[in-house]
Write a protein of this length. Structure first.
Length: 537
């Protein structure tokens, strides 16, 4: 036979993609039914469609069923449908997908459902496999963002045979550092997004369901569809949640009435639209209490907007105000003086200890709680023509309410090794971990190497010698064409990559920000290529 199948039992065999010519051989062997579990056109135009295969199968007396399951989409509904087909179709049955893995997984999961129905099994028997590798992966990664994809790719570069699952419900992956540039008219929004299927490492299993809880004492992750996935080691990196709802009235007016934010894919272009149209009036930019991802992004939006208005000779007619809940402009004191020069240059007004708490879009009023030197808090309503909001940000609920979280809701880790302080087979990186570094993609790029090396050391019972120094970077776009590249570690220690004065805004760094860094992100960081990402020992 030209196709190869794997016999599961006397009723079912599985195989990879079949061709039209294969069906006559399938009939000759004695199969009575075929189940197609591969979505049409998943493999491109050369893949025969289910309709064509079904027509050929019927002509040879074979029953054909189309039950498509996309990669990572093994839902309880699909398992039940597969179970029903296996009960009803003439036997023996041949099920196929791209490789046979999804078909075998459907069978295994349906068998476990059968056992549960017959025996009224306990909670332990509700643990079902996400694929035909068994009930536990070597490593389960929570989150398909930059940290999750990057650490998976780096692990597989080191150990290609690792069985790794990525739990991520979203079907798109975003390059979020580009959104500030989009809001300043310097970048195409379409270049900041790719299908998740394109960035998931090939040898990893994508489980496209949300995680909803952890049982670290049993090495289990609970999923939204009722499944429980087992792991030998766990990497927690679901990111940080933008809590728009914490500002009263904000969600109702986002994307209209002059209210925008570069912290959302669909709103960054609206920022640029507002900037281009504003010729006079008042523009307010906000920053909430820490922690937030990319702490420099709120003021970067202000700098790029002011630069445009200045070039258009209308900045003098626009009153610019930056309201920050912090007591300082930037957390690393060395960079405050050069940034203050730009604040003065753009004649922007800084309001410290000022936190946005409410927005009335129709009346174009922003309400702030402002804390005075003696701790007194007053509420002030400020009119605006343009309002750029940086939303409050919190740890995801399923992490914050779990045994893995610290008092602030983030995954509790040793800040140097990124290993959980209570569960040694759990590691965390990215925005969701408790390490006191700035939450940026640049930090994740360094953390990826630390976790990849230390998780393998832990697996092999070796000492964890790869140490994270708190590195983070913030390319501060102070004008269109120039960037101050702020690189620093724990305690604000300067950690410049290049032998140049980091306080000087440079065209070179603008080129890095707009061209080099995106290329490195898509082609190195997400593919396990650790260019300039090696940490200390």
């Amino acid at each position: 036979m030209t196709f190869q199948s794997t016999k599961i039992d006397h009723r079912l065999s599985v195989c990879g993609q079949i061709s039209i010519d294969d069906i006559s051989e399938i009939a000759a062997v004695g199969y009575k039914s075929i189940i197609c579990n591969r979505p049409d056109l998943e493999g491109g135009a050369t893949q025969p469609t289910s309709e064509v295969l079904e027509k050929t199968a019927h002509s040879l007396g074979i029953t054909f069923a189309y039950l498509p399951v996309k990669k990572g989409g093994l839902t309880a509904e699909r398992v039940a449908a597969f179970q029903k087909l296996m009960n009803e179709l003439p036997k023996p049955v041949l099920a196929f997908c791209a490789s046979g893995m999804r078909a075998a997984a459907l069978h295994q999961m349906s068998q476990q459902l059968d056992q549960k129905d017959q025996n009224d099994t306990d909670e332990e028997e509700s643990v079902v496999a996400a694929c035909n590798w068994g009930n536990a992966f070597d490593i389960v990664v929570i989150g398909g963002g930059s940290a999750g994809i990057g650490v998976t790719a780096s692990l597989l570069k080191r150990r290609p045979a690792l069985r790794i699952a990525i739990i991520e419900p979203n079907d798109k992956h975003y390059y979020q550092p580009g959104w500030t540039l989009v809001g300043g008219g310097a970048y195409d929004i379409t270049r900041t997004v790719k299908p998740m299927a394109e960035v998931i490492p090939k040898n990893a299993e994508w489980i496209q369901v949300a995680a909803v809880g952890f049982e670290p004492e049993h090495n289990h992750v609970k999923l939204a569809d009722g499944r429980v996935i087992g792991y030998r080691q766990l990497v927690v990196c679901p990111g940080i949640r933008t809590a728009w709802e914490k500002i009263e009235g904000l969600e109702e007016t986002l994307g209209k009435n002059g209210v925008t934010s570069n912290y959302r894919y669909d709103l960054a272009p609206y920022t640029w639209e507002l900037v281009r149209k504003l010729r006079s009036g008042k523009a307010i930019f906000t920053q909430p209490p820490m922690p937030i991802k990319c702490a420099g992004a709120p003021q970067k939006a202000m700098y790029l907007s002011c630069d445009y208005w200045q070039r258009e000779h209308c900045l003098a007619d626009i009153r610019v105000e930056f309201n920050t809940a912090a007591a300082v402009l930037f957390g690393v004191a060395d960079f405050v003086p050069p940034l203050m020069e730009y604040v003065k240059h753009y004649q922007a007004e800084l309001i410290f200890n000022s936190n946005l708490v409410r927005v009335d879009g129709e009346l174009k009023l922003a309400y702030f709680e402002i804390k005075s030197a003696d701790g007194t808090i007053t509420r002030e309503a400020k009119p605006f023509d343009m309002l750029h909001v940086t939303p409050p940000q919190v740890a995801p609920d399923f992490l914050r309410n779990s045994p893995l979280a610290d008092a602030n809701g983030f995954c509790k880790v040793n800040e140097k090794t990124l290993q959980h302080t209570d569960y040694p087979n759990i590691f965390s990186l990215g925005d969701a971990c408790s390490s006191p570094n700035t939450k940026t993609a640049a930090a994740a790029r360094k953390q990826i190497v630390v976790v990849a090396e230390n998780i393998l050391a832990a697996k092999e019972d070796r000492e964890l010698t790869t140490i994270y120094d708190g590195y983070g970077a913030c390319p501060l776009t102070v004008e269109n064409g120039k960037v101050i590249l702020a690189e620093f570690g724990f305690g604000g220690k300067l950690l410049p990559t290049f032998p140049l004065d980091p306080m000087v805004p440079r065209k070179l760094y603008w080129y890095f920000k707009t061209t080099v860094f995106p290329w490195v992100y898509w082609n190195c960081m997400l593919k396990g290529k650790e260019w300039l990402a090696r940490p200390g020992k």
